[in-house]
Each structure stands twice: as structure tokens, then as C-alpha cells.
Design a protein around this ligand. Structure first.
Ligand SMILES: Cc1ncc(COP(=O)(O)O)c(C=O)c1O
Length: 478
């Protein structure tokens, strides 16, 4: 029987002495009445209490560590909506400064005071904007020539991130995939050109392929495309999806030409919230020049002492990330970014070397070109062992680590791999702890007398974790 006076509680009631702590959290219906902020806070906080620690999540590319001042700045700007430029004109200017800085990191030739680019929620929105611009430019040209515009296509490797499937579906633009193979681990320029025709709006190489961590060779593609365009009379451009590489290459491989130094690279996108070192969600897309950004996509404002161009799929969006990005640029400078990316690379190389020495494993590629890499099981282990990489993933999860196992894309889908992304906040010491945990997990898995359920599923052609295993032990993605 409920003692109303005692149980109803008030502001003095201890959180864990309250009635709410005996109730399940709301699932379908809004609660009838209010509760104290302390109790509401505790309930929401506790619901995520048992989750992996963000910095032990080696699956994500997205920033999980920023310093206290960055966090303070971003928290202080949490109530600012970027779109309200009239109220917050300084933030629009700050956004323009970030676009300028990113454009110059990528060697833009544009001479305007404010470079042509746009803020995005992440690479996904940034890729979409780059893709739409390419499509509108192609369409305008075709219309002027009186040619049909109903069958646009773009060319990309099968190592594409899901955003490009979305782009193809949402804008109804055919996606032509150049298959990756064990021999051709990145986009082959000649194979890409074989898929091009007069309806190709752009080719999309990737710097920091999500599945493998490798880089497509944009310079070789640009060279081959230049000859192709000259021969055919087409002017197919390149949009570089540099979701990760956009903030790695300028610091660690400044001599590598993958950016606006190349003739046919007209737009580039990246995630400010990956190696741009800002909490989610932030992306950037930059065009080589104003003339490549179709007017239909831009909204100009002239009340900021200059013309600032606004482009985006979203309207309202948080401004805090812009402050976070600008803070990082000032706080770290070129040298500071270089130091962090260098350390990430060194830790990734160390892990790559150590994992490559472990008896059951082979690294997918010899080199580490971005601070992430994948490995798979040696064929004899994959065929005779009692466990799979999915079992290792589960074991590591017990220690708080998230190290994902997955199958590679079409053509190489027989390979189950594991991936580690090293980000700011992951030190050499933590790498040693992880290696220790991997070694312990392997020792335990090696002691198994019977195959694990994933191993049995693999042998019996049972669907597991989004893949269908065949009798031969290979598997294909559903
Ligand atoms: C190559 C590539 N493109 C696009 C994206 C999408 O990025 P975002 O999560 O910033 O939207 C990713 C994310 O991992 C990626 O790796």
C-alpha cells in the first residue's frame, strides 16, 4: 500500500529513495506529470551507463576526445542555431573562416576572399552537396546542348561508403561500381574510365576507404581522366570523398597530390568530426572555384560586410561544432594537427606490426596509409579453427573494447576482417593494453574443445551478422 505523504517525495527526497526509481522508464507514453531534474537526469544517464566507453570504441572514425576548453566552448554554444545568421553574424563569419582554412589546406586556387564551400552535418551531407553540384553542372551543359538528361551516372569503387548508395537512390543517379579485388585494392583508373560515358557526372575516388583504410590514387586517376576527356571531348570531373584523408594528408603527406592541385578535382568533402578533431556532427565541402558551385544551390547574404554563400541540405543545425573547429585550428595550428595525426599513425603502425605477428592473423595490406587498418585470419585458421573474428569481437567487448569484425564488399566478400581506427585519445600504452587483451582472448579461444556458434553457422551456411556463410566456409553479404 502506497504511503502517499512519504512516497510522493519532494526536492529533498534522495534520488534513489524516490518512487521513480521503482518504475520502468517511459517507453510508449509521456509520463502523466513532471519529476525533478535530478531524477530525470539520473534516469537518462543510467540508461546509457553500461555502454562502451567512447574512447575504447575503435570502430568509429568520429572524434571521442576534445580538451576541456573545446568542450567548454561547445557547451556554451549549445543553444545557438547556426541558421539564425542575423542574430549570430559572427558565427557565420567564423564558418567562412573555417571554409577558407580548409580550402587552403587543400591548395585551392580560388582568389576570392571567401572561398566556395559549405558547412555540413558530416561527410554524408557534404558528399551529397558535392554530388548534387556535379549533377546540376552536367545537366545544365547537356540542356544547353539539347541533349537528354534523364540517365546520369557516377563512377566509384565498390569500397564506397553507404552515403553514395543514398545519393544514388535519393537523386536517382546510377551508381557504377568498379569492383575491388585482392589484386586491385583501390580504384583502378582505367577500369573506372571504362565505365564512363557522356552521362557520367563525376568520378569519386576515396581518401581513407572506410572498409580498408587505403587511399585511391587521385593523381593517377586525374592523369588518365585528362587523356580520356581530351580524346572523348567530355569534361568529366572528380569529386574526392576525403572523409578521413582530408585532415590526414595535408599534415602527413603534403607532397602527395590528391587535392585542388589536380586539374579535374573540382570538389572535395571531409568530416570535421573525424580527423578534423571535432565532436559530431560536422562536415565540410569545398569547390575549386565559385563557378563550380551551381547558383541554384547557393543562398547569398550580404549583411556580414561581405557576400557569404550558404549552401546545405539542412536548415537548422548546431553552431557549436563551428566553434569547436575554429578553436582546434587556433589551438593546434598546422604543427599541432601534424603532431596528433603523426601519433595516431605511429600507434596504428605499431598495432599493425604487432597484430601482423600474431599466429592466426594476416594484415590486409603491407602499408598503413591512414591511422586505420584491417586484418583477417590466415586461411588455415579460417578453415580449421573453432572460432571466428566475430568471437574475438565479442570477447574484446567484455573488456570494453569495440573492435568490429565484418565482411568485405562484393568480390572479396569471402574475407571476414577486423578493423582498428586510431584516433586522438588512443595512446601507445592503451595499444599495449588492447594487444594484451587480444592475446588473452586468442589463448582462451584456442582452448575451446568445440566450435563456437558463429563457427558452426559459418560451416552450416546459416545467416549470421548480416552475412550468409556458404558450405565452403566463404560468405556473401545479404
Ligand atoms: C569514405 C567515407 N565517406 C563518407 C562517410 C560518411 O561520413 P559521416 O559519418 O561524416 O557522414 C564516411 C564515414 O565513415 C566515410 O568513411
Amino acid at each position: 500500500m502506497k504511503d502517499v505523504n512519504f512516497r510522493n517525495g519532494d526536492a529533498k527526497t534522495a534520488i534513489f529513495g524516490s518512487e521513480e526509481m521503482l518504475q520502468p522508464s517511459p517507453v510508449d507514453k509521456i509520463p502523466d506529470g513532471p519529476t525533478t531534474p535530478q531524477i530525470a537526469y539520473q534516469m537518462v544517464k543510467d540508461e546509457t551507463y553500461a555502454q562502451t566507453q567512447p574512447r575504447l570504441n575503435l570502430a568509429t572514425f568520429v572524434t571521442t576526445y576534445m580538451d576541456d576548453y573545446a568542450t567548454k566552448l561547445m557547451n556554451e554554444a549549445i543553444n545557438i542555431n547556426y541558421i539564425d545568421e542575423t542574430e549570430y553574424p559572427r558565427i557565420a563569419v567564423m564558418n567562412g573562416k573555417c571554409i577558407n582554412i580548409v580550402a587552403n589546406l587543400w591548395n585551392t586556387p580560388e582568389q576570392e576572399k571567401w572561398k566556395s564551400g559549405a558547412l555540413a552535418i558530416g561527410s554524408s551531407e557534404a558528399c551529397m552537396l558535392g554530388g548534387v553540384a556535379a549533377w546540376l553542372r552536367w545537366r545544365k551543359k547537356r540542356q544547353a546542348q539539347g541533349r537528354p538528361t534523364d540517365k546520369p551516372n557516377f563512377v566509384i569503387s565498390s569500397g564506397l561508403q553507404v552515403v553514395w548508395e543514398k545519393f544514388a537512390q535519393l537523386w536517382q543517379i546510377e551508381m557504377r561500381q568498379v569492383p575491388l579485388t585482392l589484386e586491385k585494392t583501390t580504384l583502378d583508373p582505367e577500369d573506372a574510365l571504362k565505365m564512363c560515358d557522356e552521362n557520367t557526372i563525376c568520378i569519386v575516388p576515396i581518401e581513407g576507404v572506410t572498409w580498408t583504410g587505403l587511399n585511391d590514387d587521385v593523381e593517377a586517376l586525374d592523369k588518365a581522366l585528362d587523356a580520356y576527356n581530351a580524346k572523348t571531348g567530355f569534361d568529366i570531373p572528380i569529386h574526392v570523398d576525403a572523409a578521413s584523408g582530408g585532415f590526414i594528408l595535408p599534415f602527413l603527406q603534403p607532397e602527395l597530390k590528391w587535392d585542388f592541385r589536380l586539374k579535374w578535382v573540382l570538389s572535395i568533402s571531409t568530416s570535421g568530426h573525424k580527423f578534423g578533431l571535432v565532436y559530431p556532427g560536422l562536415g565540410w565541402v569545398i569547390w575549386k572555384d565559385k563557378k563550380y558551385l551551381p547558383e541554384e544551390m547557393s543562398f547569398s547574404v550580404n549583411y556580414l560586410g561581405a557576400n557569404i554563400t550558404q549552401v546545405g541540405l539542412n536548415f537548422s543545425r548546431p553552431a557549436a561544432q563551428i566553434l569547436g573547429q575554429y578553436y582546434q585550428f587556433i589551438r593546434l595550428g598546422f604543427e599541432g594537427y601534424k603532431n596528433i595525426q603523426y601519433n595516431c599513425m605511429k600507434v596504428a603502425e605499431y598495432l599493425h606490426e604487432q597484430i601482423g605477428k600474431m599466429k592466426p592473423f594476416v594484415n590486409y595490406s603491407k602499408d598503413v596509409v591512414n591511422p586505420l587498418f584491417i586484418w583477417y585470419m590466415k586461411p588455415e585458421y579460417a578453415q580449421n579453427g573453432k572460432w571466428t573474428l566475430y568471437d574475438l569481437q565479442d570477447k574484446l567487448k567484455q573488456g570494453g573494447w569495440m573492435v568490429p569484425a565484418y565482411t568485405l564488399p562484393e568480390n572479396i566478400q569471402n574475407y571476414i576482417v577486423m578493423r582498428i581506427v586510431v584516433r586522438q585519445g588512443f595512446s601507445r600504452d592503451m595499444a599495449d593494453m588492447l594487444l594484451n587483451d587480444i592475446n588473452n582472448a586468442i589463448t582462451e579461444l584456442e582452448k575451446l574443445e568445440y566450435p563456437t556458434p558463429t563457427r558452426i553457422a559459418q560451416d552450416k551456411n546459416i545467416e549470421i551478422k548480416g552475412s550468409v556463410f556458404t558450405h565452403t566456409g566463404s560468405c556473401k553479404k545479404k
